[in-house]
Design a protein around this ligand. Structure first.
Ligand code: GLA
Length: 384
């Protein structure tokens, strides 16, 4: 189904004309689990998006149909409730925008997402930002992208109940075609990092998602908080792991249980790698790109322990191919996707070889997507 179909289906279902909005998913090139430690990330929005056809209503009611789930929900903006299912994402955004002081009008929405659900490409942020954008625009508000991103994060933290950082919602709002974004998750200052034309973003989906993903994510956050508490006893300037240097961490290693030390070491070294990868991309230092992405993957595998056998295998197979600038897992971990920077001329062969080798080792048929770094959320026209 294409975007024109989203509009047509809206009219068939709700009986009126609609405006169209989109918000993209993302890949993260480096900087994993650093966002909620007030650190640095380097994501790019991709050309897989959530689409919403939407029209305003006068009665304060939200009616939302999801084409992915083939299911509708209806609720009153005056009393939004959790349901424990997919609709908590869009409904939570309406709740958070109202909490932020926006007066919203009722609306009918028809939603369809191209972002594979639960694959680590940020399908949640795409639906949140898309619906948030639509509701603000339909209610006559100018969209302030920072407030939108923060409200979407709040929806996920407080309404859905997942303790995510700001990366996914931010990049879905601020993505720029052809660029990754180096974001400081404390100040929310950012700068664009151009991606070289010959370097393709190849995303390899392991097709597994281990059920521990959510609980382990929250455990990692608590472990980082414990690290901060213990280090702040001797380093009073430390408010988050962002404030800790590697020499400081090594000096006070004895104050930390080994597992906490290793979690901290991942975050501290990963923050450093974000800056180094941004400059390596800018300066075309391919050897350095390769090293940094390999170090990042190893750090996630051994210190942060968020990888899994399928992700490790996918990265290992990628690194054996010709034309690979770098490969690592991307996103929260415990399954989902790897991101591979691949020389465009070698890309087809890369995809075929990795897919065949992964299939023969695991029996799973991986989805492999070549994506373009894309613009962030906004009103949309159906693609030609
Ligand atoms: C998920 C979260 C993000 C971030 C990543 C890990 O995608 O939503 O906030 O923490 O995991 O880098």
């Amino acid at each position: 189904m294409d975007e024109a179909q989203v509009l047509t289906n809206f009219t068939a279902m709700f009986g009126s004309a609609a405006a169209l909005y989109q918000a993209p998913g993302r890949v993260n090139l480096i900087g994993e689990h650093t966002d909620y430690n007030n650190g640095f990330v380097l994501p790019a929005a991709i050309d897989l998006a959530c689409w919403a056809a939407a029209a305003v209503r006068d009665d304060g009611i939200l009616r939302i149909y999801s084409a992915n789930f083939d299911e509708s929900v209806e609720c009153d903006l005056g009393g939004l409730q959790r349901s424990g299912k997919w609709s908590d994402y869009p409904v939570g955004v309406a709740w958070a925008l109202q909490q932020a002081g926006y007066r919203l009008r009722g609306a009918d929405l028809y939603i369809r997402s191209d972002v594979p659900l639960g694959a680590g490409l940020s399908s949640s942020a795409a639906i949140e930002v898309c619906v948030g954008y639509a509701l603000l625009d339909l209610s006559g508000h100018t969209v302030d992208r920072i407030r939108l991103a923060l409200s979407c994060q709040r929806a996920e933290n407080e309404f859905v109940g997942a303790r995510c950082g700001i990366m996914d919602q931010f990049i879905s709002c601020y993505g720029q075609a052809g660029h990754a974004i180096l974001l400081d998750c404390r100040s929310l200052d950012y700068r664009l990092v151009a991606l070289p034309d010959q370097m393709q973003l190849v995303v390899c989906n392991t097709m597994v998602k281990h059920s521990v993903a959510t609980s382990e994510y929250n455990t990692r956050r608590s472990q980082c908080e414990e690290g901060v508490r213990r280090l702040a006893e001797v380093l009073p300037h430390v408010k988050s792991l962002r404030d800790v240097t590697l020499p400081e961490l090594e000096q006070h290693r004895g104050r930390l249980p080994d597992i906490i030390y290793r979690r901290c070491r991942h975050v501290v070294t990963e923050n450093e790698r974000v800056h180094r990868l941004a400059s390596a991309l800018q300066n075309g230092q391919t050897g350095e790109i390769n090293r940094l992405m390999a170090d990042s993957h190893r750090s996630m595998r051994d210190d942060y322990q968020i990888s899994c056998a399928e992700l490790d295998l996918m990265v290992e197979l990628a690194c054996q191919q010709k034309g690979v600038f770098g490969a690592r897992m991307t996103g929260g971990g415990f399954g989902g996707c790897t991101i591979n920077l691949v020389n465009a001329a070698d890309s087809l062969e890369f995809q075929q070889r990795v897919a065949a080798a992964y299939r023969s080792a695991t029996g799973l048929n991986p989805d492999i997507y070549v994506r373009k770094a894309s613009d962030g959320a906004g009103p949309a026209r159906p693609r030609a």
